[in-house]
Design a binder for this molecule. Structure first.
Ligand code: NAP
Ligand code: ZN
Length: 361
């Protein structure tokens, strides 16, 4: 995996050939291949990828749900591994360190948002996504469904020693995507929080909101996963298929985090907020959503959005999870089962995150 080759592309820069699983074209099944990564630069580290989570966003992007993708596409932005090489200028890491990489591998580093640690909202050209993007070197980025990653040292995060790498991998996206809004909107003691959808993101939301001290309710399509939800830390668990849920819980929550990408009646959910409550959209639907303005104005309610988290907050989340012994509930799979896992995620048949054992790539 470490042979160095010369590329045929315009940059003519030396590269590193790495085994990976890629979708060759939009909507096509993933299969084993190799990709060319950049050679280790001054401030780069090489990560021996050990585990890579399967986020629903991977499926959205392979399916071009959000727009045209770059193919071949190697998805994966929930990456956990061990540093195996360091560039000559690297100061932050040494070989053997346990590290993670999330949804972005670079940003402009100069705009106000980057400077204040909100790299996910970089205004200097936007964050460079871990895959399905173009890096500083002009090459496509390739994600974590691969044996190795070459990344700038500043864009890797430390994984606490007490967290197993496989169950920690999903923290790099699902974990931070829930931690950030929960922290920003003050989930904690005395606050009533609802998590909509008990999937990969949702189950992390229940664990984190509970650890923050909030009173947590799961709003799921049915009561099928109720027992799991309560074990994960929920205080209450309601089915949204039951109209009584929307009358009984009306005006109850300070904060609702919606992880669902399907077309929900957001106005009905807004009615569950108390005065000044906020509903944060983290699920990413393909189409614009509609809301009834009355659902907002009758309670001075807010509808907000939130996208992953910046580097400092992602480290804060990992440390928080380390202190509280929080990681994802996972089903570990070999890489030959990625396509099957995609089908199962789409069918809602996952408890609660598939994680690829990168040794099988
Ligand atoms: P997931 O594991 O598939 O979970 C989604 C959950 O939504 C399901 O478990 C299900 O929960 C619920 N659901 C599914 N279909 C539904 C329907 N038709 N009606 C109502 N509820 C439905 O997906 P995920 O990985 O958690 O990702 C969720 C969404 O967040 C995706 O759109 C993903 O792209 C997005 N995302 C956003 C960010 C961000 O930064 N904002 C980051 C990562 C992912 P129940 O069975 O409990 O109802
Ligand atoms: Zn994700």
């Amino acid at each position: 995996m470490t042979n160095t080759a010369i590329t045929n592309d315009a940059t003519q820069a030396p590269t590193r050939t790495v085994a990976a699983y890629a979708a060759p074209a939009a909507n096509s099944p993933l299969r084993r291949t190799t990709v060319e990564r950049r050679a280790v630069g001054e401030h780069d580290i090489v990560i021996d990828v050990r585990f890579s989570g399967i986020c629903h966003s991977d499926i959205h992007q392979v399916g071009e749900d959000w727009g045209t993708g770059i193919f071949p596409m190697v998805p994966g932005h929930e990456i956990a591994g061990v540093v195996s090489e360091t560039g000559p200028g690297v100061t932050k890491w040494k070989v053997g360190d346990r590290v993670g990489v999330g949804c972005f591998v670079d940003s402009c580093r100069e705009c106000d948002n980057c400077v204040s640690g909100l790299q996910q909202y970089c205004t200097g050209g936007g964050m460079t996504p871990t895959y399905n993007g173009i890096g500083r070197d002009g090459r496509p980025t390739y994600g974590g469904y691969s044996a190795e990653l070459v990344v700038d040292e500043g864009y890797a995060l430390r994984i606490p020693d007490n967290l197993p790498l496989d169950a920690a991998a999903p923290l790099l996206c699902a974990g931070i995507t829930l931690y950030s809004p929960l922290a920003h909107w003050g989930a904690g003691p005395g606050k009533k929080v609802a998590i909509v959808g008990l999937g990969g993101l949702g189950h992390m939301g229940v664990k984190i909101a509970h650890a923050l001290g909030a009173d947590v309710t799961v709003l799921s399509q049915s009561l099928r996963k109720r027992e799991d939800g309560l074990k994960l830390g929920a205080d209450d668990y309601r089915a949204t298929s039951d109209p009584a849920t929307f009358t009984e819980l009306a005006g109850r929550f300070d904060l609702i985090v919606n992880t669902v990408s399907a077309d929900l009646d957001l106005s009905a959910y807004l009615g569950l907020l108390r005065v000044d409550g906020t509903m944060v959209q983290v699920g990413a639907p393909e189409k614009p959503v509609t809301v009834n303005a009355h659902a907002l104005l009758t309670g001075r309610r807010s509808l907000a959005g939130s996208m992953i988290g910046g580097l400092p907050e992602t480290q804060e989340m990992l440390d928080f999870c380390g202190e509280h012994g929080i990681a994802a509930e996972i089903e570990l799979i070999g890489a030959d089962r990625i396509n099957e896992a995609y089908e199962r995620v789409l069918a809602g048949d996952v408890r609660y995150r598939f994680v690829i054992d990168a040794a099988t790539i």
